[in-house]
Write a protein that binds this ligand. Structure first.
Ligand SMILES: C[S@@+](CC[C@H](N)C(=O)[O-])C[C@H]1O[C@@H](n2cnc3c(N)ncnc32)[C@H](O)[C@@H]1O
Length: 267
């Protein structure tokens, strides 16, 4: 099986949409209800909000979400900034579910999702005013191409926001499974220094680099406290609590680190 197919398999599971509806409970689908189930990264909606607040995203901007998942970050950012968001994601099921929920909250005019790889995006050069990527580069070995593609589709002066997991200062490997990968073969962590170097090689200027360890640890501990009855395990299945526990342990002893980086394509 190819690496891409193994990654798609990691995220695809029959009945996902129905389980998300079940966890949200009865009543109409709302952005607040969705927030419990549609942000697939450490810290959930609070982390999305933090990234949004550290970027300048305004009404009518064309913004790209690279690795858009179930669409939580895109809907949240579009709602709060007025930006038009285009998501691209490798997992077709996620794009389909992201679209269903976007229609359910009547945001389909401003938020859309495309199935495809971040390494060859079907978008014209200089077509976006800003871009961001959340917890996606961990699944992508060829980060040089990822960041070159982001650079290509951004207009001069545009911001690129990143919230990602990297290797930490402790060189030991984390235990698997992890939330983004059951096995080491589909996980591609680099140090934050290497990530910054790859971004600069693509042409970006880094304007902010922030270690989010304490925020991430607190969020992971809350997830662990919910045990197997929390939204993550109910939606993502049996071993999700183990995946979160492995990540919490790796962040705690700095085998993994959680970073926010904001950069800019020179004007
Ligand atoms: C942990 S999820 C994060 C989703 C979303 N960014 C969020 O925070 O809610 C990682 C996502 O990256 C996507 N992904 C992995 N490799 C990709 C690639 N080469 N191109 C586009 N998306 C990719 C996966 O399909 C998955 O939806």
């Amino acid at each position: 099986m190819s690496v891409d197919n193994a990654i798609i398999e990691n995220y695809t599971s029959a009945g996902l949409y129905d389980r998300m509806i079940e966890v949200m409970g009865p009543g109409p689908v709302t952005l607040d209800g969705l927030a419990v189930v549609d942000n697939l990264h450490v810290g959930g909606r609070a982390a999305t909000r933090y990234l949004m607040e550290n970027m300048t995203l305004t009404d009518g901007m064309a913004v790209l979400d690279i690795g858009s998942g179930l669409g939580g970050p895109a809907r949240h950012i579009a709602y709060h900034t007025g930006a038009n968001i285009t998501g691209i994601d490798l997992t077709p099921d996620f794009c389909e579910i992201a679209t269903r929920f976007t229609v359910a909250v009547d945001m389909q005019d401003r938020v859309s999702f495309h199935a495809g790889t971040a390494l060859a995006m079907p978008f014209a050069d200089q077509s976006f005013d800003a871009a961001y990527t959340i917890h996606t580069a961990m699944n992508i070995e060829d980060k040089a191409t990822l960041y070159k593609e982001a650079f290509r589709v951004l207009k001069p002066g545009a911001q690129f926001g990143i919230y990602d997991i990297t290797c930490g200062d402790d060189p030991r490997d984390p235990e698997y499974p992890l939330p983004w990968s059951a096995v080491p073969q589909t996980s591609f962590l680099v140090t934050v220094a290497d990530m910054a170097m790859l971004l600069e090689m693509a042409g970006f200027e880094i304007t902010l680099r922030e270690n989010r360890k304490q925020f991430a640890l607190a969020a992971l501990q809350r997830g662990l406290a919910e045990g197997s009855t929390g939204p993550g395990p109910r939606i993502r299945g049996g071993d999700f609590a183990t995946r979160v526990a492995n990540l919490a342990a790796a962040v705690a002893d700095s085998r993994c680190a959680v970073w926010q980086i904001i950069c800019r394509k020179p004007a």
